[in-house]
Ligand binder design. Sequence first.
Ligand code: AP5
Length: 213
Amino acid sequence: MRIVLFGPPGAGKGTQAGLLSENFGAAHISTGDILREAVANKTQVGLLAKSYMEKGELVPDEVVIAIAKDKLESLGDKGFILDGFPRTIPQAKALDAALKDIDKPLDAVVNLQVDDEELVRRLSGRRVCPSCGEPYHVDSKKSEVEGKCDKCEGELVHRADDQPEAIRNRLKVYNDQTSPVLGYYEQARILRNIAACGDIQDIFGTITTALGE
Ligand code: AP5
């Protein structure tokens, strides 16, 4: 499995990538998670990325491309699910070039489609585990023990960019800068559009059917 999970903030990329990774053994690569870890560890990349992320702006292409390439190169023969990368045309072109070098082209780009009102509802009620990245929701996906991750017992947090102003900006950034990437993959004939509202497991089933798994 070599796929990109694409879609606006809150579409369920992280949720579905987790399920795909558990079921098919492919590596889940989330550039958002890698950047948040860098911010928490105050690395050079983290210090640079912090202000962009808090406002909901994209981190510069060259930084994110280097992170994604490093991760992909470390995988060997393992499959992967890219979550949140690529988000611009230069990132998509860099990914193509990197995968061509190792003769492992993408199988598919899965585009999760959700309307804006539902995206805002999902993001405002989201809680995440900073240790393992597992996403929860105060209404639709509660943890068994309130405030604790079911998987690793980490303390759940409300992400700084899940505040109303940052959410609005992230949706605008998605429409202006990221959605044009869809046309790029449509031309390459590997785009699979998935209606991503409704039950999480049902959406997972639709994705696996679309991938022919
Ligand atoms: P990133 O972490 O990638 O954030 P994002 O793309 O905004 O996506 P989210 O994590 O917010 O949402 P998701 O689609 O994963 O949804 P989730 O599964 O959590 O990036 C953060 C920042 O890092 C960016 O703003 C940017 O600054 C920087 N960055 C990262 N990558 C970059 C790149 N390539 N280039 C430049 N900058 C980059 O689900 C959301 C909520 O909904 C959860 O609460 C979940 O439980 C719930 N939910 C999921 N599915 C359903 C459902 N079917 N029904 C009801 N609730 C659901």
